[in-house]
Write a protein that binds this ligand. Structure first.
Ligand code: GLY
Length: 331
């Protein structure tokens, strides 16, 4: 399934269930001074979750441009990115855990056709409802539901303060061959990449204050996020996000410019992947009005740009480009 088709199927599925599609907000958050950039689909929903503004509908869905540097050192592996598109469905004080889990399962197994035995959920270890729902209603054997702690199954806030809550994540099992073989290997395993997190269902119930106090939100909300690039990797049956239709053309273009080939040398591949990811990130950041500079988000952009350039220098004769453009290399 092409990525454009995945976007369409996702939005249509939630529109059929009464969700209003809202456009992606800018990568520069307009309503949240606690963060520099938009890192999650829920950010534009924050005023609704806090009860400060009335949402256009209690059920919303979006495809949000996101940028995160938290995984920047891992970009170049199979699944980590700085810029990505987040497919999300949101409930503002409307449905809660049962519908969020059931619909996620239905979309993955029936619309996207992922075999159910390939999917493994995790829940917060104190969330008896979510555990029982996966076991009794969805029918996942109890021993295949991972019950994990805050470090895995608690999401948010995006800044120091804000909405947050326990979550239930859905992982795709990429197969035993990619596992570490440890007896406790499962969703959230720190030793291998067998289980790929594809969807996070967040049960937004709390607001974290500056002093760390968690106060209940006025209503219980749902915030889900599924990375388009990862679900595309699964549905296109490829080994990394970089082999999906979202990246391959960029990689091939960068390889042509550098005079190298993808899939011949793992070090070159890593650099091409970094260039492809950072190139997309820089393009969308600039598109949303961020320019390289020395402070705040401008500094983040500058660092990402420089990183991509460094990888370009690693893999290719930089003078080829400068010569072609008639410029003199300053390196
Ligand atoms: N807000 C859910 C996520 O970003 O994973």
């Amino acid at each position: 399934m092409k990525s454009s088709e995945i976007r369409r199927v996702f939005i249509e599925f939630f529109a059929e269930r009464g969700h209003l599609q809202v456009p992606s907000s800018s990568l520069v958050p307009h309503n949240d001074p606690t963060v520099l950039l938009t890192t999650a689909g829920m950010q534009q929903m924050t005023p609704y979750f806090l009860g400060l503004e009335r949402p256009p509908s209690p059920r919303l869905t979006s495809i949000q441009k996101c940028f995160r540097t938290v995984d920047i050192d891992e970009v170049g592996d199979e699944e980590h990115l700085t810029f990505f598109e987040m497919l999300g469905n949101f409930s503002v004080g409307d449905y809660f855990k049962a519908e969020a889990i059931s619909w996620a399962w239905e979309l993955l197994t029936e619309r996207f056709g992922i075999p159910r035995e390939r999917l493994r959920p995790s829940v917060h270890r104190d969330d008896d409802f979510a555990f029982a729902y996966w076991r009794d209603v969805i029918g996942i054997p109890a021993e295949l539901i991972a019950r994990l702690g805050d470090e895995h199954n608690w999401w948010g806030p995006v800044g120091e303060t804000g909405p947050n809550g326990p979550d239930s994540e859905i992982f795709y099992d990429r197969g035993e061959a990619l596992g570490c073989g440890r007896p406790d290997c499962g969703p959230g395993c720190d030793y291998c990449h067998r289980f790929l997190e594809i969807w996070n269902l967040v049960f937004m119930e709390f607001f974290k204050e500056a002093d760390g106090t968690q106060r209940p939100l006025p209503r219980k909300n749902i915030d889900t996020g599924m990375g388009l690039e990862r679900i595309a990797m699964v549905l296109q049956g490829v080994g990394s996000v970089f082999e999906t239709d979202l990246y391959l053309p960029i990689l091939e273009c960068a390889a042509d410019i550098a005079g190298v080939r993808y899939r011949e040398d793992p070090r070159v591949d890593r650099s091409l992947r970094v260039i492809a990811d950072h190139g997309r990130a820089v393009t969308f950041l600039i598109g949303d009005g961020v320019f390289p500079g020395n402070e705040g988000r401008s500094y983040v952009l500058r660092r990402v740009l420089r990183r991509a350039v460094r990888h370009g220098r690693l893999i290719g004769p930089v003078n080829r480009l400068t010569a072609a453009s008639g410029m003199t290399s300053t390196t």
